[in-house]
Structures are given as C-alpha cells and as structure tokens.
Design a protein around this ligand. Structure first.
Ligand SMILES: Cc1ncc(COP(=O)(O)O)c(C=O)c1O
Length: 440
C-alpha cells in the first residue's frame, strides 16, 4: 500500500482540531516536526482522522519493528490482556517474563550466561546499566561519546551529548561522565579518513583523558551506541570497536552497548553489535523490542549481576502484556523480518548511495540495514551543515505522504518498520529525490 493525501492541505480539519486541543494541555517540551495526527496504522501505513494515508518511514521513532498493529502482535496482546495484565515481576513470578529473559539472554552476542533486568523504556534500560556498572565495579566514572543519545532521565541524560537543549536548564548532571569524540568519520575531529586513521578517537581516551584527568581504574563503563542514532545515524568502522574492546579490557572497564535504537533487527542483524563482532558486557534494549508496547531491557553478563534484592526494580518493568508483544515480535523478527531489513536496506541503499553525486546538498549517505542517515550540507567541500534544508526536506516529504524524522542537526533518518515492501522503498526513495531536486 502507498500513501494518499485526500485533503486539500495538511493538516486536514479533524487533525487540526486535535492539534489545537493538544496545544492547550500537552507539554510544550515535545518536538513535533510536522502536524501528523495518527488515528490508525497497518504495516508501514498510518492514516490520519481526515482519511489521509502516509507511508511511515519513522516507525514511531524506530519502534514498530513489525509494522503497525501486526496481527500476530495484536493477537498476543489481546490474549495476554484477557489472561493477566499486571502482577509486578519485581515481587512475583510469571512465566512469560522468564521466557523473554531466556530468549534475550540467548540472543545477545557472546557465548556467556546472561541475566536480564526489565524496565519500561530505553532510558530505564540505560539507568539500570549505569547503576549495575557502579554497583558491580565500585567505580564512579563513565565515558560516553559526543553525539550520543542515551535518554532523558538524570543518569542517562548525563550520558547524552546529542543536543545541548536536551540539558539546558537541568544542571547539575550526574557527576562523573566524560564525553569523547565518536568515530564520526565523515566529520573526523582528527582530520583523518577511515582507511588511513589509527583510531585516534579511541586512542585519545587513553593518551589524553586517562592520562590527564580520569584514572582508568575509577572508570566503571564506556557507553556506546554501535550505530549512533539521534546523533545522525553514524556508522563507525570496524577498527573503532576492536580498539575500544582492547581499551576497556586493559583497564577492567565494562563495555555497555546501547542498542535501544539500533537493536531488534533494524540493521539487518538482530543487533548492530553483530556487524562488528562486538560482544558487549551489558546491552540496553527498548524501542523495537515489543512493537510499540512499553518495554526496556538491560541484559548483562550473569556474573555482573551481583546486586542484592532491593538494589533495583520497577513496578511495571516486564509487564506481561508488553512481554507477550515482545515474544511475538521476536518470533516475527527471527522468522523473516531481520532478513527483510537486510534485503530492503540494501535495496534502498542502492537507490540512495549516489545521492551525493547527484545533489550538491547531500553530503553523506550511510547506514546499516533499515537504519539509514542522509546528511544535508550547504557545500560538499566545506561540509557546512544545512539544518534548514533538512527541515524543509522533512516537511516536503510529509506533504507528499512520507513520514521521516531528523537526526542530529542536519541529517534525516530512515527507520521504517522492517515489513516494508520494494514498492514502498521505491516510493520513499523517489519522494526524497523529488524533494531534493526542488531544494537545489
Ligand atoms: C540509543 C538510545 N538510547 C536510549 C534512548 C531513550 O529511550 P526512551 O525514549 O525509550 O527512554 C533512545 C531514544 O531515542 C535511544 O535512541
């Protein structure tokens, strides 16, 4: 199915009325890029209350991995809701939470026993990782990367370094977090290229940070997104992860992979870490894990989970309905959708790869599977960022029925449900191209 805009302008009258009501009562801290009101969704298609159909290449911010309202997920939710909606897995037992923990423990790369902590969101998975790292190591310092997004609660916000507006007005942060440059090769802060660099970004952690201000024996963990999400869909080279693993191992530091956005099949493998042979000590998961039901998970090597009863818990974490949705989601991912993400990701990338050759305002196209970023610049030589062009592109695509989101100051992110078809990929690529043509 493809988009169809039936109202003379957007938003249509019914959507407009809802937006007016929203403006009166919802938090103004939300960041709506365009006026999309969703009423129903099926697969990669979302319909608004005026009957306009949109192709959703944002997937509720990379969440609805199996598409909107996949029948198997809906059925699992309905059956579980009729049986048991809540019990609190922190105080009682129920089987499906055990089954999901077993499943996640077996999926996370690395042939070691793992244990799972459940929360309700990405930020809670990250908070749990922060607390576990402190608890287990007895150390209080952390390293994270510039451009990272790890969440918005006070611990994860301290780890975040994506946009300063996310921190403005909220200081002081949790102390002890040190940000270093990410392997953002298109904009290498060391002026190197990925073919010839010596992974200066990781080496500087030791030669600069550890030497001058942060003793490595005080560092509990390095937090890293295997593909940086909100920061612009940035894919590091293999050697970044090789060097990072060597660094943390040398100092007994834990490596925490935040796969909240890159996980659950999005990159064409179950976890982006697998593309790099990365076996993290701890993994944070959420977003795509339950096709839209609120669920987060922190999966750690079993021996790291030496915290005692009462150390950490959440009333709703691992809610039976969310867990049922997650089990159904993972079954679909394993059956076909991870493979579809790989296949369609390659198909889409083939259509987008040469955009920089055809459009002077496209600086870089990068990605893995169905996690693709397109960076808009004013000038390919200077790489001057073009946030205004990016915003206009997103707006123009919306007007043509394609839902996209920005990432970083000047990139768009392509993160559709993993169920998309070739027709839908064609429509998205063609729409982006048509809009780019109008922008130059
Ligand atoms: C990599 C990453 N970590 C953590 C989070 C926070 O997740 P949530 O919004 O569910 O708290 C996000 C959200 O975008 C994310 O992309």
């Amino acid at each position: 199915m493809l988009p169809k805009i039936v109202t003379t302008s957007l938003p249509g009258p019914k959507a407009k009325a809802i937006i007016e009501r929203d403006k009166q009562v919802l938090s103004p801290s939300y960041t709506r890029s365009y006026p999309l009101v969703a009423e129903r969704g099926q697969g990669a298609i979302v319909e608004d209350p005026d009957g306009n159909r949109f192709l959703d290449f944002a997937a509720g911010i990379a969440v609805v991995a199996t598409g909107h309202c996949h029948p198997s997920v809906v059925k699992a939710i309905q059956e579980q809701a009729a049986k048991l909606i809540h019990m609190s897995g922190t105080d009682f037992y129920y089987e499906n939470m055990v089954a999901l923990a077993e499943k996640l423990a077996s999926l996370v790369p690395g042939d070691v026993p793992r244990r799972v902590y459940f929360g309700n969101s990405g930020t809670e998975a990250v908070e749990a990782a922060i607390k576990l790292a402190r608890y287990h190591t007895g150390r209080g310092q952390f390293v994270a990367f510039l451009g990272a997004f790890h969440g918005r609660t006070m611990g994860s916000l301290a780890m975040t370094a994506s946009k300063s507006v996310q921190k403005k007005g909220f200081f002081p942060m949790m102390p002890g977090v040190h940000h270093v440059p990410y392997a953002y090769c298109y904009r290498c802060p060391y002026g190197k290229s990925p073919d010839t660099c010596a992974v200066e970004c990781v080496k500087a952690i030791e030669s600069e940070l550890f030497r001058t201000s942060v003793p490595p024996e005080d560092v509990a963990a390095v937090f890293v997104e295997p593909v940086q999400g909100e920061g612009g869909y940035v894919v590091p080279p293999q050697k970044f992860f090789d060097e990072l693993r060597r660094l943390v191992d040398r100092h007994g530091i834990l490596l925490v992979a935040d796969e909240v956005q890159s996980g659950m099949g999005r990159t064409g493998k179950m976890f982006a870490s697998e593309h790099f042979g990365l076996e993290p000590d701890v993994m944070a998961l959420a977003k795509g894990i339950a096709s839209g039901m609120p669920l987060g998970a922190m999966v750690a090597r079993a021996e790291l989970m030496d915290w005692k009863p009462g150390a950490h818990a959440s009333t709703f974490g691992g809610n039976p309905v969310a867990v049922a949705a997650s089990l159904a989601t993972i079954e679909l991912l394993e059956q076909e959708l991870v493979a579809n993400a790989a296949r369609l990701g390659e198909y889409l990338m083939d259509k987008l790869r040469d955009l920089p050759q055809r459009f002077p305002i496209v600086g870089d196209v990068r990605g893995l599977g169905l996690m693709i970023g397109i960076e808009l610049v004013r000038d390919q030589a200077t790489k001057e960022r073009a946030p205004d062009l990016r915003d206009r592109l997103v707006q123009m695509c919306f007007e043509r029925g394609l839902l996209l989101l920005g990432a970083g100051p000047n990139a768009i992110r392509i993160c559709p449900p993993l169920v998309i078809t070739r027709d839908q990929a064609d429509f998205a690529a063609q729409t982006i191209e048509d809009c780019l043509r109008l922008l130059i």
